[in-house]
Write a protein that binds this ligand. Structure first.
Ligand code: FAD
Length: 382
């Protein structure tokens, strides 16, 4: 194979597919997405697929609000033949400490100034929303009814199908093995199926983005970290919203077919590519969750899995063209919230690639912020 493309996108997760769709929608021809396995085989197909507007920085609130408004109309815009299953049951985020409560009050003020319909709840009011919680364990909570959950496989496939209809080629089971750079600019991509000459490459390789950067001689400050999820047997509907605690590092939701899905971060995870499941996660996850939601003790766990977070020093994404290599674009480092930002990722990356002003202010997310000491810290992450 010897091909040429205007843009090669590395990674068939939701970011790569959303970027491909937006480029094609803007009329860009000869866009190729390269995926080493199948669509959704990376973090996207392993994620909790929760989406929330309740953030603690103006930028993240705006990015998330934009994305959620897109997901509300995605079936129509992407002309998806099935359903992305977007359920807006809300997020109930609980505070256990005084420090968290103070931060939540600041978050609410910010969110309200941006038109986000979140609200403060006393423990008693929170229990009215999640009736099986032990409200004695919390100080307060916030709730936003627009937050929710969708099916990550359908959402990504919807983007991929729409991109294909607009002429994008998606090459699965094809691995990028090298990036050819001449005179400081991208000229092509080496793959397991041959060379593709192209002036533009987009690195949307999730947990593997650092290795892709290295192929182009561009250092991307991020590392992979395992995050795990467990699933229970399905039971009758008893919990509408996502239940989340930042200080306990957990989230728990009931899916439309009745299973509970829950996950947590572990501060002691090594920085590597291990995505095996562990017994210690099962124990800790079950213990922490059942203290707050006691009736879940009765449920049987049916399976568990793991995936990679791709973590940057400030746990915020990188959206930019590299300053070192012309034509090398970066869309990675989502640090656990790349699924919900995908609609924004698709739009702003297509604008950055075409040299257009971005629809949302994302210039602070340039990779060079780490060299300048201008990290963007977000107080409300799991
Ligand atoms: P990925 O989905 O990882 O896609 C990258 C693709 O690149 C992969 O398919 C990989 O196979 C491919 N690739 C890599 N190297 C090569 C190569 N050399 N050649 C070709 N292809 C290559 N986010 C949220 O917003 N909400 C959540 O509730 C949420 N929960 C999460 C729970 C868990 C357990 C995990 C692990 C993540 C969670 N996330 C969540 C984060 C979210 O999954 C990611 O931020 C998002 O899916 C990133 O999408 P992506 O397309 O950038 O990367």
């Amino acid at each position: 194979m010897n091909k040429r493309a205007n843009v090669v996108i590395i990674g068939g997760g939701i970011s790569g597919c959303a970027i491909a769709y937006n480029l094609a929608k803007k009329g860009v021809k000869d866009v190729i997405v390269i995926e080493k396995d199948y669509i959704c085989s990376g973090s996207t197909g392993r994620c909790g697929a929760g989406v929330r507007m309740q953030w603690g920085t103006e930028m993240n609130c705006r990015l998330a609000k934009y994305s959620i408004e897109f997901f509300e109309r995605a079936n129509e815009e992407l002309e998806y033949e099935y359903d992305i299953e977007f359920k807006q049951g809300g997020y109930l985020i609980v505070a256990s400490t005084e420090k968290e409560e103070t931060q939540f009050k600041k978050n609410l003020e910010l969110q309200h100034s941006l038109g986000i319909p979140s609200k403060y709840l006393t423990p008693k009011e929170a229990k009215e929303i999640v009736k099986h919680m032990d409200e004695s364990k919390i100080r307060c909570a916030t709730f936003c009814p627009k937050d929710g959950h969708l099916n990550p496989f359908h959402a990504t496939q919807a983007y991929a199908n729409a991109a294909k209809r607009l002429g994008v080629e998606i090459m699965t089971y094809t691995t990028v093995t090298g990036i050819k750079v001449e005179n400081g600019a991208v000229v092509g991509v080496e793959t397991s199926k041959g060379f593709i000459s192209t002036p533009m490459v987009v690195n949307a390789a999730g947990g593997y983005s650092k290795a892709i950067g290295d192929m182009a001689g561009v250092d991307i400050p991020l590392y992979p970290e395992r995050h795990q999820i467990l699933v229970t047997e399905p039971v009758a509907q008893m919990q509408g919203p996502m239940f989340m605690s930042f200080s306990l590092n957990i989230y728990c939701q009931q899916t439309p077919h009745g299973s509970f899905i829950m996950g947590r971060g572990d501060a002691n995870e090594p920085k590597d590519f291990n995505i095996n499941s562990s017994w210690s996660f099962l124990e800790e996850m079950a213990k922490t969750c059942c203290e707050l939601l006691p009736p879940l003790r009765k449920l049987n766990i049916v399976r568990q899995w793991a995936g990679l977070y791709e973590i940057t020093p400030d746990r915020q994404p990188i959206y930019c063209e590299s300053s070192e290599v012309k034509g090398f674009f970066i869309a990675c480092g989502f640090s656990g919230h790349g699924f919900m930002f995908a609609p924004v990722t698709g739009v702003v990356m297509s604008e950055i690639i075409l040299g257009e002003p971005t629809s949302l202010p994302v210039e602070k997310l340039h990779k060079d912020r780490f060299l300048r000491g201008e990290e963007v810290y977000e107080p409300s992450v799991v």
